[in-house]
Ligand binder design. Structure first.
Ligand SMILES: Nc1ncnc2c1ncn2[C@@H]1O[C@H](COP(=O)(O)OP(=O)(O)O)[C@@H](O)[C@H]1O
Ligand code: SF4
Ligand SMILES: [Mg+2]
Length: 398
């Protein structure tokens, strides 16, 4: 049974919209702000663990529309990002999840205006309704760090080893605002205290290498929040750290976000990290968004086999209790010569002839506000445990 009994759901060009406001009629590309009213209900929040009582507002801060990024190289054009769209509302935490090389960093570097000149960027990015790509470089620079701040994976490359943590934090303030250094240092101390660094006044005088990995990552968060940004893009902010420290730092990040009233884009290759941390999740594969929905729906009403595969590979989330992790076999396709059809088809246990011929667009599913790029999403809707598709395959192949 490979043909889904699919209702004539319109394929959505506007997958990032919370479709809870669409009704049965299908996408409502212009209902963006209204869609924001589909914010996480208090019942939903009960599932969101650490997000506590934080509310998602109605104001759209960041909007990425049909973003594509190509890199011409000697080997051919790398199609790193292929038509990604999302929106981020005030107070919201959006997770962007996908394997290494799926275009997560490139899409956020585009938002930050940090891509190399060789990059060919198409589509639009707007911050509070203003087009970022059309801003003069000086305006883009002032947006960066002040209104949109980024936290990188490796603080050792993002921090300068020859300056103290205090000087670097103060410099982050002074590059956007004129004030006496003493006052900037006071802000730096306050920021270190906010991210949970003990004895912040003394710590200002330390060099980055005198901090532990976890403390350095906290200092990076302090750097990101010091100018009171509206949006924080955290690109695999805790990947290098052990699991306990990761959890503490992400919890702190969400706590600080609430204190300063920011929204977060949390990028990770680990779907497990976004549970309890995000309101919504966008799953990326081969440069595209392949599933977008409320976090609970991504976990409990999965409609895309790739996401199901990721779920099956998270420790402790596998619904069969043998505790074995099942990585998805194979590797992502080359972004220079993409195969025809669905880019996941070579690895997908549900792949059919249709899948090998036609790349599916994101389409509405039976779950309101939840879109998936899969011809056969209905088979996941019918399955008790979508991760079992991967299990069956691995058992059969033994
Ligand atoms: N400057 C560049 N030139 C050519 N290819 C690049 C460049 N930067 C990134 N890429 C490619 O774009 C793809 C997406 O990369 P990236 O966004 O960093 O992935 P990730 O999801 O791991 O963050 C990868 O195939 C990567 O090799
Ligand atoms: S469209 Fe892609 S993900 Fe969906 S069943 Fe076909 S190959 Fe799998
Ligand atoms: Mg990356």
């Amino acid at each position: 049974m490979t043909q889904p009994n699919q209702p004539s759901q319109p394929s959505s060009d506007d997958p990032f919209v919370d479709h809870r406001s669409m009704g049965a009629a299908g996408p409502d590309p212009l209902g963006l702000a209204e869609a924001a009213a589909g914010q996480v209900s208090s019942a939903d929040r009960a599932h969101l663990g650490q997000l506590g009582t934080s509310a998602v507002g109605t104001e759209e801060l960041l909007r990425v529309d049909n973003l594509s990024v190509d890199f011409p190289t000697d080997d051919g054009v790398v199609h790193a990002v292929r038509g990604v769209s999302y929106s981020l509302r005030s107070g919201e935490v959006l997770g962007i999840v996908g394997e290494s090389g799926s275009g997560k960093s490139v899409s956020s570097m585009a938002v930050m205006g940090l891509l190399p000149r060789s990059a060919r960027i198409n589509g639009s990015i707007s911050f509070r309704g203003e087009s970022v790509l059309d801003m003069p470089p000086a305006v883009q620079r002032s947006l960066r760090g002040r209104k949109i701040a980024m936290i990188f994976q490796d603080p050792m490359t993002a921090m300068n080893p020859v300056h103290t943590v205090g000087d670097q934090l103060a410099e982050a303030v002074l590059s956007h605002e004129l004030m006496p250094k003493r006052k900037a240092m006071a802000r730096a101390e306050e920021a270190l205290a906010m991210v949970g660094i003990p004895q912040p006044k003394q710590r200002l005088r330390n060099y980055p290498h005198e901090f532990s990995g976890g403390m350095r990552q906290r200092a990076m968060i302090a750097m990101a929040i010091i100018n009171d940004p509206d949006v924080i893009i955290a690109d695999e902010p805790t990947t290098a750290l052990d699991v306990t420290v990761q959890a503490q730092i992400l919890e702190k990040l969400v706590e600080v976000k609430d204190a300063i009233g920011a929204a977060i884009v949390l990028i990770t290759h680990d779907l497990g990290v976004v549970a309890g941390m995000t309101h919504r999740v966008l799953v990326m594969y081969a440069g595209r968004a392949v599933e977008v929905g409320e976090t609970d729906d991504i976990f409990y009403r999965t409609r895309m086999p790739y996401t199901a595969g990721l779920l099956g590979s998270i420790p402790g989330l596998d619904s069969e209790s043998d505790g074995r992790l099942r990585p998805i076999h194979g590797s992502p396709p080359s972004l220079i010569n993409l195969p025809s059809g669905c880019p996941f088809s070579p690895r997908c246990p549900l792949a059919s002839e249709l899948c090998r011929q036609e790349e599916p667009d994101l389409m509405a599913t039976d779950v309101m506000g939840h879109v998936a790029a899969c011809h056969h999403w209905q088979r996941l809707a019918e399955a008790d445990d979508p991760t079992a598709f991967f299990r069956t395959e691995s058992e059969v192949s033994k």
